[in-house]
Every structure is written in structure tokens, then in C-alpha cells.
Design a protein. Sequence first.
Lengths: 205, 205
Amino acid sequence: MPRRTDSRSRMIHAASELFGQRGYHATAFSDVIEGSGAPRGSIYFHFPGGKHELAQEATALAGDEIEVTVAEAASQATDPASLIRVLAEGMVQRLEASDYKHGCSIATMVLELAPYDEDLTVEFDTVFARWRAALVGCFESWGITTESGVVLADLVMSAFEGALIVSRAARSPEPFWRTVDALVDAVDGNAAFRPAAARRAKARR
Amino acid sequence: MPRRTDSRSRMIHAASELFGQRGYHATAFSDVIEGSGAPRGSIYFHFPGGKHELAQEATALAGDEIEVTVAEAASQATDPASLIRVLAEGMVQRLEASDYKHGCSIATMVLELAPYDEDLTVEFDTVFARWRAALVGCFESWGITTESGVVLADLVMSAFEGALIVSRAARSPEPFWRTVDALVDAVDGNAAFRPAAARRAKARR
């Protein structure tokens, strides 16, 4: 049944956009139907659990997407600083293309619903855990210790999430880029966050 | 008319809590009345502009509060790293005391309403501008250049805002503290972010 899958997937993608742009409470089923072009009435067929189920699916999608995004960025990066720059480019592109409406797909829901909604809170945490693991995996592949990698991953995730908030309020990429500049400086200035090869080269000098 | 002022101020404080914890859309006037102990019916007397006016006042309050918070923290700090630690202690205290419900008072509204609501978006941006200016003022007083201070201020604000999101989802202060540890390492590792006195001492060694 390819049509069922297509239409369900389109609805999840449309909901993800809306949840990121305005949040859970301001997103009505009618908006999701309009955004996905799905036939009216089909939403309860695909999501018998209603908006809550749609939010769970949109959250799972965010976890899938961030893993792909990090893997793609890693293929163009050689160290944490270049990975941060590549990831930042993609985020700013989305922010600007959406006219400062779309930063992170789940952050709005996290702030509206965590820790009140037990199920969704667990799934939000899973997205951050997947994002963290993807970043730590890259850092480790460059010879950075797991311990340093986890700390750096949390700084990267937090800085990106927060910079998206400040840039949405400013309707400008400037706060985002300033944050990224400081982040890259921070990474370059800290031996624990530099790839093992660079550390060795520096030690030899 | 002290009663009018008291009751109005209590309503703004109650609204600020609720906007931070669940956001703009999920906060009803009845919740604000319940939270503030104000008499039913008084809210339109105090806020003829309705919930929107209440959100503007709560946002202005957030700007006042962050200036006081930074000034108080600065009086206990001697450099950017110690300022970050003191500010972080206060944020984690609020996060834990609220059972992971309360991070930042305006972040939830920013993600729900920026850039859609023109007036509020300007006021959100003003809060971040006041926070940035307060941080840059401290950094400058320690001999850090304005240019470096602005970049560091944006990293600090973004990292705090984002870490509050990740920690709310995790219902744990751990992501927050990991972010702060990385931030402090970052500041210590970068000569531009060190106070002038420390830079001079280091140069003399």
C-alpha cells in the first residue's frame, strides 16, 4: 500500500515543520492536513492516537534526521571545528529559508511539554541521546577520548539549540554565527577537543 | 494605589512562570489568576490588552531580571569562567526546584511566537540584547575587548539556553553541567576570553 505510506509520511513531515515553527499547542490537525495535502479525515485513520501520536512520529523523525545530518556533515569534515561549521551552514540555511520560523524541529515541543508529557519527554531525550552519540562517534573517529567527546557534544548541541532561539528572536543569523565562531575558537583552543593527529603535530613542534 | 500595583505585579510574575513552563498557547487567564491569587475579573482591568499585554510585561520582567542576575553574579566572580559558574548554579537551582519545568522564562514563547508576532519578537530580541550587554559589560571590566566579549556573550547565552532544553528533556542537570564544563574549558583555553591581568601574568611567565 504505497499510497498509505506516502500520505502518512507526508503528514509526519508537515507536522514536524509545524511543531518546530509554532509548537504543539498551536498546531491543529487542519494545519497538518493543509501542509501535507492529505485528504481530510485521513489523519485519524493514519494516527488513531491523534496529535500525540503525530508528535511521537515527528520526534522519531527528528532523531532519524539528525543522525543522517551528522553522518553527511562528517563526510565533509576532518575535525570537530570543520564538523561544527558544516552543521552550522545547514542550520542557518534552514533558518533563513524559513524566514526565521524554523530552527529545531523538537525544541518548541520540549519547552512546551517536558517534563509534563512522560512519553514524549522520553522520546525527546532519545533524540538528544542519538544526536550526542552521532557527534561522539565522529569525535572518537578523530582520536578524541569518549570523555572529552561527550562534553564537547553537549556544548555543541546546547550552543546550536540556544543560538537558534536567539537568532529567531533577532531575525538575523548574526547571533548564530557569533556563537559558532566562539565555539570553533573554543574547540581550537582546547587540546582535549583537537584530533589526536593535530595534538601529536603540535606536541612535536 | 499599592494594591493595584501588587496584584498587577503578582499576575505578571505568575504569567512569567507559566509562559516559561508551558508556553504562551497553553497558558490560560484562569491559570494566571490561580497562580497569582488575584481576584477573577481583575485581569482585564490590569491588562486591557489581554494575554498579549501580559506576555509583553512578562518579557520586560525577564529583561529586568537577567540584568539583576548578571550584576549579582558578577559581584561574586573574578573572570568569565567564575561568572559562568555562578550563573549556572542559579539556573540549575531553578531547574531542579521546578522539577525540570522551568528553564528560561521567554525561550518557550520565542519558539512559539517569533517571528510571527512582530511586537513580541522585538521585545524578545531586546531581552537578549540586555543580557548580552550585561555580560559584555562584565567582560570589559575584566579587560576583555568588546569584540571578544560580544562573541563570548553569544556563546554563553546560547549554551545556557540550549542546555536548559536538553536538561528539561533529560530531567537531569547532567547535560547542563557537561555544557558548562565545556564552556569553562573553552573560556580558559582561549587567550581572548581571559582577563587582561591573567593574560599579562601568563605572558610574564
